[in-house]
Design a protein around this ligand. Structure first.
Ligand code: SAM
Length: 273
């Protein structure tokens, strides 16, 4: 699960106004949801890992699912066949419009910290690592609590966190590069590099190259990404009213107690004792 490089800054997640498509370097990939959708679509292993957690902790489908920062809905679409309700929320109007049109989900425009949604969900899922833009652990705890208040009786909050891992000896270093993928009218690929590593924060460069189609040919963005120290896992066990039930390595299905290093899927449920 290549989630770490996918999380973005708040600034890069906010966009307004009309979209031009010139060749320049200051563009925001979120303004081009179809590109993001294709380039960041989760693979079968990622989807199986999340499905396994939902089945284990929530129960059998059908599930009502909310992604509070849904982007193009690429973590909603895989569960369309299992869902009684798909819902998304995002603060980027282009993402909201795209996800409404392409996933059948009910999508709201709003802040992930307080999604403007009056419904309850079996699953609140954010599996791409948007937690790396949460400013600190207190805010993260508050968010988990807020999302916990949006659950049905059997529901669970599943969030991906990027924990600190050993840093490559030489920077910049490639974190992940996709293969060329088909996009309308052409092909595109995405490349994530770790440019600088500071305590708790990484400087990431994301480049998208496109050949053909009515797209900018290159989009380059630099942003800071939070990586959580392993101790945060213990802090998250103290979220009032919530229980941390699993810290799962997406690459090791069926194990729920992984060490906090790299991308981990955390499962929370309200303390029903
Ligand atoms: C890394 S993408 C994740 C998309 C989706 N959850 C997925 O799994 O692919 C981050 C998304 O979060 C959105 N976002 C960033 N900050 C947000 C906020 N405060 N409230 C709502 N959406 C936000 C961005 O607009 C972007 O679409």
């Amino acid at each position: 699960m290549s989630a770490q490089p996918g999380a973005e800054t708040l600034a890069s997640g906010t966009s307004t106004g009309s979209v031009e498509a010139p060749t320049e370097t200051s563009l925001n990939l979120y303004r081009f949801p179809a590109l993001y959708d294709t380039l960041k679509a989760p693979d079968a292993e990622d989807i199986a890992a999340v499905r396994g957690l939902i089945t284990r902790f929530v129960g059998e489908p059908r599930w009502s699912i909310l992604d509070p920062a849904c982007g193009p809905g690429n973590w909603l679409s895989p569960f369309a066949g299992d869902a009684s309700l798909l819902a998304g929320n995002d603060n980027c109007p282009e993402m909201v419009e795209y996800t409404r049109a392409n996933t059948g989900a009910q999508v709201t425009l709003g802040d992930m910290y307080a999604p403007p949604i009056d419904a309850r969900f079996d699953v609140v899922l954010e599996a791409s690592g948007v937690t790396s833009i949460v400013p600190d652990v207190d805010r993260l705890m508050l968010w988990v609590r807020t999302l916990g208040g949006m659950l049905t009786q059997r529901g669970a909050v599943i969030l991906l966190l990027n924990f600190e891992t050993p840093v490559p000896p030489r920077l910049p270093a490639t974190l992940w590069r996709s293969r060329w993928r088909n996009v309308p009218g052409g092909k595109a690929r995405i490349h994530y590099e770790l440019v600088e590593d500071k305590p708790g924060v990484q400087h990431i460069r994301r480049s998208v190259d496109v050949r053909g189609g009515d797209w900018p040919q290159r989009i380059v963005e630099d942003y800071e990404l939070r990586v959580w120290p392993g101790e945060v896992l213990d802090t998250l066990r103290q979220v009032p009213g919530m229980r941390l039930l699993a810290c799962a390595d997406p690459e090791k299905a069926g194990k729920f107690n992984a060490a906090p290093s790299g991308a981990r899927l955390l499962v929370f449920q309200p303390d029903r004792a």
